[in-house]
Design a protein around this ligand. Sequence first.
Ligand SMILES: Nc1ncnc2c1ncn2[C@@H]1O[C@H](COP(=O)(O)OP(=O)(O)OP(=O)(O)O)[C@@H](O)[C@H]1O
Length: 253
Amino acid sequence: MENILEAKNLSKTYLLDRRQQHVLKNINLKVKKGEFLTVMGPSGSGKSTLLYNISGMDKMTAGEVVFTGEKLSQLSQAQLAEIRLKKMGFVFQQINLLKNLGIMDNIIISAYMAGDEKREKIKERAYQLMKKTGIIELAENEITQVSGGQLQRAAICRALINQPQILFADEPTGALNSSAAEVVMSVLQKINQEGTTIMMVTHDVKVAAQSQRILYMIDGNIEGEYNLDKFNENSELKERESTLSKWLINMGF
Ligand SMILES: Nc1ncnc2c1ncn2[C@@H]1O[C@H](COP(=O)(O)OP(=O)(O)OP(=O)(O)O)[C@@H](O)[C@H]1O
């Protein structure tokens, strides 16, 4: 399968109290088009930093990231912003929807600001996304009137409004109770099955077990990789979760 994203010797170093802290150490990885990839590892191992650097949200210290054939290091800030707006979607643990806008306006604002399309066309796409994520009845609500799980589904709609090729999700279920997390994960699986590549960070084994491949990071390195592809789509989540758990324990999780 074709790669959508590739990191080559990706490194990130922070200067902290005049000391260099190597948070990503020559990371090499490939993300295949259409796959659902998860990054796990202990707190502080560099998972979020990997997501931010591989998506061009943060500036890598060394190495290269190639996204749909383009080298991110060679792009200007404006070109990077354009790619992030139109080809990438982002979902975070903290759901940063704008408080003074309703659900619908929060979902459509980035597409509307991009200025390429008429509002009605964008709204039609937003309705389709809200239908898919089960929040259609909330379109006219204020964001203070809905639950955390519904808000996260609205955030997913916002992330998908420009039809990105890849969705980056940093702990998308981290702030949710288990039933809301389940719904959000079924939404992510559906989106993935429809063709959007997903790269996600999570601490939660049950959440990770719903993806296809898991990378395990320790101290800025990718120390292992586990493939859940051998399970077919209908296999029990419990079975996937239990074999993944065994592997993670071996990795020191
Ligand atoms: N802006 C920054 N400046 C300095 N150090 C940073 C910065 N961002 C992250 N770090 C450091 O980089 C390391 C990796 O952080 P990162 O957030 O990527 O880890 P993580 O694996 O996602 O952790 P967690 O699971 O706790 O979210 C940590 O030691 C962190 O303190």
